[in-house]
Design a protein around this ligand. Structure first.
Ligand code: IDP
Ligand code: MG
Length: 167
């Protein structure tokens, strides 16, 4: 079954210059990239992304982590991959959440670490099921940033909307 999945190369992945390696690993899946951008991560976006973890003791630190405050890289590379069994294929390549438990051949097993304060710095985010993928893709991307029609959309007319254009 064709599925979409949100991938984030987190700030530690960017700082460690792992973008190329991670994209090469993901290309083994033969899935299609249908959206991609470098995104700044506001506190509101990070908190919404990880809202299911808001009661965890490490919540504050993973918000700082996703915002790039631990790595001097205030951005992530956000991608949507699409194709057969996309979620399982990408989760399998990413490996377990805890990088010490992840198989050494996986992305997290190869490049992740646990900080002295206990944050799992695992270089990549991958949606874990279809509902989560849908919620996350809608959070990170607008319809016209995705090259296929993944979810129902509608057209609205916006008046007096200030946007930047080239000078
Ligand atoms: P996932 O990224 O494998 O889907 P989630 O449970 O959704 O795992 O957790 C989101 C992120 O929060 C993880 O990728 C990791 O960076 C961090 N995290 C999760 N559990 C722990 C923990 O027990 N200690 C420290 N950090 C954690
Ligand atoms: Mg998760």
């Amino acid at each position: 079954m064709n599925q979409a999945v949100l991938i984030l190369i987190k700030p530690d992945g960017l700082k460690k210059s792992l973008t190329g390696n991670i994209l090469t690993r993901l290309s083994e899946t033969k899935l299609e990239i249908v959206a991609a951008k470098i995104a700044r991560v506001s506190r509101a976006l990070a908190e919404e992304h990880y809202k299911h973890l808001k009661d965890k003791p490490f919540f504050g630190e993973i918000i700082q982590y996703l915002q790039g405050e631990l790595h001097d890289r205030k951005k992530v590379l956000a991608l949507v991959y699409w194709g057969k069994d996309a979620i399982k294929k990408c989760r399998d390549l990413a490996g377990a959440t805890n990088p010490e438990e992840a198989e050494p051949t996986t992305i997290r097993g190869s490049y992740g670490r646990i900080t002295t304060t206990g944050v799992y710095e695992n270089v990549i985010h991958v949606s874990s099921n279809e509902d989560e993928a849908k919620r996350e893709i809608k959070l990170w991307f607008q319809p016209d940033e995705i090259i296929v029609d993944l979810y129902p959309q509608k057209e609205v007319t916006r008046k007096e909307c200030k946007v930047k254009i080239w000078d």
